[in-house]
Design a protein around this ligand. Sequence first.
Ligand code: BGC
Length: 748
Amino acid sequence: MKHKLIYTSVVAASLLAMSCKEEKTSEPVVAESAKVETTYKGKPVTHEFDAKIDSLMAQMTLEEKVGMLHGSTMFATAAVERLGVPELTMADGPLGVREEISKDNWSAAGWDNDFATYYPAGGGVAATWNPELSYVFGNSVGEEAIARDKDVLLSPAINIIRTPLGGRTYEYFTEDPFLNKKMTVPFIVGLQENDVAACVKHYAANNQETNRDFVDVQIDERTLREIYLPAFKAAVEEAHAYSFMGAYNKFRGDYLCENDYMLNKVLRDEWGFEGIVISDWAAVHDTKKALENGTDIEMGTPKPFNEFYFADALIEAVKSGKVAEAQVDKSVRRIMQVMYTLKSIDDKGRATGSINTEAHFEDAYKIASESVVLLKNEAKMLPIKTEGLKSIAVIGNNATKKNALGGFGAGVKTKREVTPLEGLKNRLPEGIEINYAEGYLERYSKNENDQKQEVTLKGPITVDELDPAKLEEALTAAKNSDMAIIFAGSNRDYETEASDRRNLNLPFGQEELIKKVMEVNPNTIVVMIAGAPFDIKNVSESTKALVWSWFNGSEGGNALADVLLGNINPSGKLPWTMPVALKDSPAHATNSFPGDDVVKYEEGILVGYRWFDTKNVAPLYPFGYGLSYTDFSISGVKTNAEAYTENETISVEVAVNNTGVIDGKEVVQVYVSKPESKVVRAAQELKGFAKVDVKAGASQTVTVQIPVKELAFYNVETKSWEVEKGTYQIRVGNSSRNIVAEQTITVN
Ligand code: BGC
């Protein structure tokens, strides 16, 4: 990974050490007491070549210009070769650079040189609570994208997790707008440093897969601004993302790719977006409306490319005077500005990248190793004590299941995906016998009656009876081993794009399997591999140790084994709330999911932990939660002042003490609440966090910086952000439900 990070504030020595192999453009300052606060800034679209673009456009025919506005293959627009304007090439996506797709249909192109690194999925990335790792990811995958000659990577995917059932929860980051933007911005900055454009998706309010092609999402304006848009806004204002993907669904009556309010008014006029809007695949429904309302490029699924709305129909519309040619020119100009920014027109000095390298696998490992969340660890069951250990039963289909590909939607063709079982084999000391048993079978049914709940949802129906022979094999393995690890959860066939799950049940009879294995060997731990919440209440009560891992990339199995064995001290924190039951989650408690033709977000701003904390609903595991093998105490919380004005920054200083005997990383989380507000407020909102590496027995001072402007609410009457005067409580802890210190400040 090369490194051109621009540090504008102080950076922790530990983070610095992590990235020391890279060259930096400016030297960060390290204060005596290590502070963790890094600002990532992208570079805007260049205007250096505007005159050249005008001259090129003057030479182009209408047909040539229109060719640049729609897919002429599955993942590229047409070139204008005679003028040296290349195709704009694209690839998915969030898990790494997708294998090459055929030019005119969805089947794989069958190349033998399109193997790529499989990176951890969004949930895992967010669970690191480490923006530096999001930068590492962006930069690393950017090198892979440019090595494959891609101009645009269809990533990051940053929709807010509104319901735990969401089919794409695993792909997205979080339920919280602040964590979302803090992970989004560095990813884009890192990616675009490789002369590859991010395509930030799916803009916007695409929070369910059910009816995603037409559902009309109704969100009140304040909620839209405070919850669903902040990361998209930061992607423009801070990261300078060069492209956005218009979502499939409607918003307040208009499709997102035809939505004047969202594309022209908010994205372009308000935020100053200068990049290009690319439609999701087949998300355009009207030539004139889509182009005039802000979409630049129509991409889609196989039908003759000239039949796209932005193809022959657009040429016709211009010729008949229905659409002004100036509209076409506007989009062509934007596309060429992005092309020049990416050095793709005149490719002198363009990054060259590399793909499928050890360095990139190492990047994937780093992210995975900080993403694993330790949910429960009674009697210090973990890390596994290998001394004297003779045998381990490894049980569950998920011990060997691969997730780089699967389900509907983009994956990665990779040469390396270390499974949990392989990870254990790689990492366990020699001489410890592994007794593997599949335990449960991944089986699906076509019979709707097999799954009684939530029939309006279309997610896969699982067969939940255990296979007697498989169960027997698992019990025998467990009985004959010193300890057992059950790998349960889901996979990418079960959690998938284009449908939402029907319920939160553990699939394939896992709950029964876990119960029975525990009966024969109480020395059993459970590892969940999944990208979204599940109903794990019973499992959580019955097991002494519970670990959460994700669809975690090429090195996922090694990272997980390192955590289980104590080579890595877990430091992941949940990026969303794990509810006790589905009905506790806001969209379900308000009975406003999945809607029908229309879905109204009745819970308003109370998404995720905002709902649980405000309504006093106890979660099973709260947002921000995750244990460590060591113990931390957070103390000495103080702010640099008692009163602030709107343009100042609140510095919250905290001492993090590692009171245990091994080194570890803790995430200091700062929530803010506003008592006596003139508007409805959530009980508290995350406004700052910092991950720190603290040596055993040592203490570190961390400063979390919160610009007072972060405390603003969106005032719908004045249509602007407003920082209310008065008192605020600064609440510091290591999860939304473990606040250890509070301090009151005033804003004047
Ligand atoms: C997905 C996008 C993806 C596109 C191209 C769509 O179905 O919603 O996320 O980038 O397909 O594969």
